[in-house]
Design a protein around this ligand. Sequence first.
Ligand code: GUN
Ligand code: ZN
Length: 427
Amino acid sequence: MVALHLGQTLEYRGDPFVEGPAAVVHRRRGAIAVADGMIVAVDEADKLRAAHPQADITDHGDHLLSPGFVDAHVHYPQTAIIASWGKRLIDWLNHYTFPEEISFADPAQASEIADRYLDLALANGTSSMCSYCTIHPGSVDAFFSAAKARGMRVAAGKTCMDRNAPDGLRDTPRSAYEQSKALLERWHGVDRLSYVITPRFSPTSSADQLAALGALWSEHPDCLMQTHLSEQVDEVAWVRELYPAARDYLDTYETYGLLGPNALYGHAIHLEPREAERIAETGAALIHCPTSNSFIGSGLFDWPKRLGERQRIGLATDTGGGSSFSMLRTMAAAYEVGQLTHQPLHPAQLWWLATQGSARAMRMEERIGALAPGMEADFIAVDLASTPAITQRAERAEDIWEAVFPTIMMGDDRAIAGVWIGGARAL
Ligand code: GUN
Ligand code: ZN
């Protein structure tokens, strides 16, 4: 049975960072055809109605049909400590994050927060994400079980740490390897779930632990590997002390087999030229977390340099270092960082980053992040007039991007009128 969803549509035919907004086809009365959880066609509404006269039709009016948002870096265990005041990175980890993560030794806590996080993500139109869990294997089981029950495509992994973390929150090189391997074997490729090898960052991993996880990745190179890189100046200096022989921060990963095309490096603000060059050469992804970078006081992602280097870039909330669950709010923050670095990002580029860009960073662009035949039917209906402030500005819009930009800058979960996962209504 084919289902037709009618509304405004945006179809990316190319990369808006190369072709600008011309990469996008906007249809005022467009439609997507969905069958068996997949998108089978995207076209003018009239054409698809004629082609599928028996289809079940949902008319979304002026709402914009978009791929569900893809959040390329989150910490679901930090859901309940979002918006915690007054600390910078290392203090913030010690004061708020680590005590909260210790509580995930209790599977009931992990399960409650996994459910809460995924419900908040869906309410904000986010249908896929790449999440850190805690060091507890049960925190990974809880997250994957909750995502599986919702039919979502998600990636996640056990956060490994064997030093500079409190009691109750440290593993060892060997247990990190063995637990990660067991979780990978249990979950990777089950339904829509992917396992991600996850050393938290160099300050909380010994060289032996990084090497053990590098070995695991070499045994499973199809897996993603996620970690943090050059987020805050103090952190970079600390890494230099902890790894005096390393050429730079990236080298602490590179030396132990943790650099490759399937790597995702969160933040990547204070990069040395060698690091940027190696990442671009390798095709690894940089994940921009703009609300987090302001909230924790980390600094500005260097948009002009990173675009000039043609880096693979994803966009993320970094919940709960980030201050929002919303990828709309995150696009707004990315725009502001672009302005502060003299690289005004076009709405076509911002929307792409929150969908296809993040999907590309996660190596999932063949499945999610676009409205196109053959893609999985994870999509949202976005109300471009969700509040009086947005509506009065959008009414003056002269093209689709002027109509979308007020929602990017001022929108939140009220703009998400509906969410479909694998073609089925989730919200
Ligand atoms: N660096 C290491 N761990 C974290 C974390 O949980 N959040 C952020 N923002 N940075 C980190
Ligand atoms: Zn993070």
